[in-house]
Design a protein around this ligand. Sequence first.
Ligand code: HEM
Length: 407
Amino acid sequence: MGKLSRRDMLKAGGTLGAIGALSVATPAQARVWTWSPSGSVAGTGAGADPRWVWDEEADPLVASLIDRGAVPEVNRLLRTWTKNGQPLPAGLPADLRDFMERARQLPPWADRGKLATAVEFNDKRGIYLGVLYGFASGMMSTVIPKEARAVYYSKGGADMKDRISKTAKLGYDIGSRKAYDADGEMIVTCVKTRLVHAAVRHLLPKSPHWQRAADEEIPISQADMMVTWHSLPTTVMKNLTAWRVPIPAHESAAFLHSWQLAAHLLGIKNEYIPASWQEADSQARQVLDPVLAPTPEGVKLADILLNLGAAIDAGILSKRVLGAFTRFLLGDQIAGWLKISRYPFWDGILNTLWEPFIAVREGTLKTFPGTENVYWLFDELLRKIVLVYLSEARPISIEIPLTNNPD
Ligand code: HEM
């Protein structure tokens, strides 16, 4: 059966008909949206299926900036806009300026107390967070088909190292001490990323490569945004819990809060942003778990990520160690999809000794049951992964693209 576009589905007659048709074409996507806005930070909402909602403010604006040739000048001006509290540069088109002035505001539910606690949490857990954002979330994104295709066929797909640097910047900014303060950079990074996503929604549908591979007409819906969001904080918290890292409830709530604000600033509607971890987990079961699947594009992206470490340290960050770590973090099914081999030695010691290693680091266990060498290897693994994936966040400017990946 050929691919069904959104237009085909709507033509096929009514929402129920469309859902029925979709379930034949793409069973993983065919769920009816049942997650209630009462579990969101808004507490209320229309409950519209977020697969058919994009960014009604940013999308037409950025499309118009592209079509009227304003983007090169806008990018040039925005290079100087780096701090949350900094006024927007003079000379921006009036419609863009108006939008950005609104988009940069924190919502009324922002809680400075929680953000201060999030800073403490990030300070204490920085190394784990670096590894999990850079590696667990990064590898997870390669088995999110819509994201893998969008990344592969957009401009950034042509230079993955540069793209990783830009994405790592967001992980770095949210974890920095000043994140949402006037002299932090997280608000700027999110608002610029919102503009980039709007540009991708305008550009990618014109890519013949993406058209051939994709099962949709417009990328990056609100549902897709939440899927990727869950690949970040929800996945990170799931791993920290699995590693038995002791996290007080108020720190875990504060960490969630910093990501709720990120979601808001990235243009996700408040009615889709989960209000608690419980709601986040329930939404992830509905939007993330069922969509995970391999794609040729994702396998290639995963291979690039797995090879990135060897340039820094071909011993500890060899493809085999990072492959085993991926299997350990994301499980056999995902490792299989990504065509990652089994490495019995590494698979074995990660399964048996990682948890005690974390317990010793956390002071909840006195002596490490493995050898000193293994402890050292694990410690190096943590530090080097952070070095490769997070230190990629060198000063870099997130810019509105004008093209897709030509290949
Ligand atoms: C760009 C983060 C969701 C696809 C970016 C950038 C960041 C980012 C920081 C700027 C880096 C760059 O310009 O390369 C996020 C976060 C998300 C999210 C935090 C959700 C919470 C998504 C989703 C998709 C997607 C759902 C696709 C389905 C892209 C693409 C680019 C991009 C194609 C542009 C790369 C280019 O310039 O070619 N994203 N993203 N993102 N994102 Fe996202």
